[in-house]
Design a protein around this ligand. Structure first.
Ligand code: SAH
Length: 218
């Protein structure tokens, strides 16, 4: 057990170093990432590469994003402890858990019930009590809880779904991959202004697609 904790500490320290190299140095963001053991969010057969700089397969044919991508998205989202955050694409729940350390409350949606159930068990293990989950089509957002201070989309589409642009408050921020399915997408940060959206390019990325509708199986 002590060995396991030591190993985890070393791996997290190494991850924080890599984040620093790409400019993720915000103290709150770094602490949040430090406080969430990524190995809890990957399968038994991927334990050896849990902290490696790559996406890994999870259930339902989906992936957990690479650590530096998660770090960059979290930093770009610029979450305060008063913020209400909406996440589309719960997946493993890793990004959700990090956001829960930073935000007042996180609302997270996935179209696969299996993924939501597994993620919920992890949130419980980590005693994260400020997360609300839903199995639904995230492209429609969460109208009953809108507006949000921050929205993060962890699946790619050619454009930001209109419902989501409408559910972020003026002055709020959306971070999302935008571009072709199966190709290289642009990770962007959008800040909603009175007139529209101010866009900043963050990085080239490859995410699994945002798919409309709730998954029929699983
Ligand atoms: N942040 C997650 C990434 C998961 S991959 C992690 O790091 O583990 C993207 C996720 O988006 C998948 O779980 C997929 O099921 C989900 N997804 C795709 N389209 C969706 C939609 N329309 N609504 C909700 N979730 C969706």
């Amino acid at each position: 057990m002590a060995d396991e904790d030591d190993r985890r500490r070393v791996r997290i320290a190494d991850l924080l170093l890599r984040l620093r190299q790409v400019g993720v140095t915000d103290r709150r963001v770094v602490s949040a990432i430090e406080a969430v053991p990524r190995d809890l969010f990957v399968r038994a057969e991927h334990q050896d590469t849990a902290y490696a700089e790559r996406a890994l397969p999870i259930d339902c044919g989906q992936t957990i994003s690479a650590p530096v991508v998660v770090g960059m998205m979290t930093a770009a989202l610029d979450v305060s402890d008063r913020d209400k955050v909406l996440e589309i694409g719960t997946g493993s729940g890793y990004q959700t858990a990090i956001l829960a350390k930073l935000a007042r409350r996180v609302y997270t949606i996935d179209r696969f019930r299996t993924l939501v159930k597994t993620a919920e068990a992890r949130f419980e293990t980590l005693r994260l009590t400020n997360i609300t989950t839903m199995v639904a089509d995230g492209a429609e957002g969460w109208p009953a809880q809108a507006p949000f201070d921050r929205i993060i989309i962890t699946a790619a589409d050619e454009a930001i779904p209109e419902a989501l642009s409408e559910q972020v408050r003026v002055g709020g921020v959306i971070v999302a991959p935008v571009g072709p399915v199966g190709g290289v997408q642009r990770l962007v940060r959008l800040e909603r202004t009175e007139e529209g959206m101010d866009e900043t390019f963050l990085a080239d990325v490859r995410f699994v697609p945002l798919i409309r509708g709730v998954a029929e199986h699983l």
